[in-house]
Design a protein around this ligand. Structure first.
Ligand code: KG4
Ligand code: ZN
Length: 347
C-alpha cells in the first residue's frame, strides 16, 4: 500500500506538483506540500494560448517538482507512487506532465497512475476538510467544465446535470473580457460586482423556471450563452459602459449564483445527500459560496468548499485521487484531451 504520493498537474495553465501522505489504511490523506505556478503570459492574450502553455510547462515542471519534494522534506526515493493528470485538458499541456511523470517514475522505479482531472476536483476539498467525503452532491465549476454529480462513494459517480454550452468560468471570462476586465475574468468580476447595484440589471436565469419537473431534461442542466448575450446587449446599449461596469458585473454574477443555487438545491432534494462539495476555479467566488452555504443551511445541509489554492487547478487533488486509484498503477497512460470520467454513470 503506497503511503507517499507525488502528484503532477499540467492540464491547462497551472504547473503544479504536490506531495500527499496517506493516513493509515487509505482512510484519508495529509497534504505535505503543494506548489502551483500560474502562467501569467496568457493574460496578455485574454485567454490560454495552448502552444505557450506547453512551453511554459516544459520550463517549469522540473523546478516545481523539485520544490514540492523539498517543501515536504523528501527525496524522490521517499515517493511510493507518482500520480499525473492524464486528461481532460489541452493535449500539449497534458503531454508535458505525462511524459515527465513517466520519466520520473521510471528513473525512481516507482509505479505511475493516471488521474482524471475532474475526479481530482472532487477530492480537493477532503484534503482540508475531513467531512468532505461521500455521500455528497459535487458541483464542479471551472473554466472548462460545469458538472453536478451525485457521489455515492469514491469512484461511484452519477451525472445529474451539466452545461449545455459555456462552462461557468468560461462565461465569467467572456463577460470579463467584454467589460474590459482582463483575463481571467472571474476574480475581476467578483471585485466589480461587490460595488455594483443589485437592482440595476435583472438578467435572465437560463434553464430556470417554476414549471420544470424532475423528469425534464433541463431540470438540472445549465446554460450560460443566453445570459452572456443579455449582458452583451445591455453593455452595448449603455450610454456610458465604463460607469455601468460594476452594475453589469453584479447583474451577471447574481444571475449565475441564482441558477447555481437553485440547481444545487434541486440536486440535494432529489438525492437526499447530506452535503455538497464544491470544486473548480469558480469555487473561489465568495458571493457564490455564501449564497450556497445559506441556501443549504435552510435545508439542513452543509456546504464544503476548498480554500482558493485547492479550488483552482492544483496537483494536491491529483495526488489524492491518485492514492484512491493506486490499484490501477501500471496501466498504460496516454495524454487524452477528452478522457472519459471513470465510474461516471449518465442518467
Ligand atoms: O479550475 P480552474 O483553475 O481551471 C480550469 O480547470 O478551468 O478554473 C479557472 C476558472 C476561470 O474561468 C476563472 O475566471 C474562474 O475559474 N474563477 C472565478 C473566480 N476565480 C477564478 N470565477 C468567479 N469568481 C472568482 N473569484
Ligand atoms: Zn480544473
Amino acid at each position: 500500500m503506497p503511503t507517499t504520493v507525488l502528484g503532477l498537474e499540467t492540464s491547462c495553465d497551472e504547473t503544479s506538483a504536490a506531495v500527499v501522505v496517506a493516513d493509515g489504511g487509505n482512510a484519508g490523506a495529509t497534504l505535505a506540500s503543494c506548489v502551483i505556478l500560474s502562467q501569467d503570459v496568457h493574460s496578455v492574450y485574454r485567454g490560454v494560448v495552448p502552444e505557450l502553455a506547453s512551453r511554459a510547462h516544459l520550463a517549469s515542471i522540473g523546478p516545481v517538482t523539485d520544490r514540492a519534494l523539498a517543501d515536504a522534506g523528501l527525496d524522490l526515493d521517499d515517493v511510493d507512487l507518482v500520480a499525473v493528470t492524464a486528461g481532460p485538458g489541452l493535449v500539449g499541456s497534458l503531454l508535458v506532465g505525462v511524459s515527465y511523470a513517466k520519466g520520473l517514475a521510471l528513473a525512481a522505479g516507482r509505479p505511475l497512475v493516471g488521474v482524471h482531472h475532474l475526479e481530482g476536483h472532487l477530492f480537493g476539498t477532503a484534503l482540508e476538510d475531513p467531512a468532505a467525503v461521500p455521500p455528497f452532491v459535487g458541483l464542479i465549476v471551472s473554466g472548462g467544465h460545469t458538472l453536478l454529480i451525485d457521489v455515492s462513494g469514491w469512484g461511484r459517480y452519477r451525472l445529474l446535470g451539466e452545461t449545455r454550452d459555456d462552462a461557468v468560468g468560461e462565461a465569467f471570462d467572456k463577460v470579463g473580457a467584454l467589460l474590459g476586465l482582463g483575463f481571467p475574468g472571474g476574480p475581476a468580476i467578483e471585485r466589480e460586482a461587490a460595488r455594483g447595484d443589485p437592482g440595476r440589471y435583472r438578467f435572465p436565469r437560463p434553464m430556470l423556471h417554476g414549471g420544470q419537473r424532475p423528469a425534464d431534461p433541463d431540470y438540472l442542466d445549465l446554460s450560460m450563452s443566453g445570459l452572456k448575450t443579455a449582458v452583451v446587449l445591455a453593455a452595448r446599449s449603455a450610454a456610458d459602459p465604463e460607469q455601468e461596469r460594476a452594475h453589469l458585473a453584479r447583474g451577471f454574477q447574481d444571475a449565475v449564483i441564482d441558477v447555481l443555487v437553485a440547481k444545487v438545491l434541486r440536486a440535494v432534494d432529489l438525492t437526499g445527500r447530506p452535503r455538497v462539495v464544491l470544486g473548480g476555479g469558480v469555487a473561489c467566488n465568495r458571493a457564490l459560496r455564501a449564497a450556497l452555504r445559506e441556501a443549504l443551511a435552510g435545508r439542513g445541509r452543509a456546504l464544503h468548499a476548498p480554500s482558493p489554492r485547492l479550488s483552482t487547478d492544483n496537483a494536491a487533488m491529483i495526488a489524492r485521487a491518485g492514492l484512491f486509484r493506486a490499484a490501477e498503477a501500471g496501466r498504460p497512460i496516454e495524454a487524452e484531451a477528452r478522457l472519459p470520467f471513470p465510474g461516471l454513470e449518465r442518467a
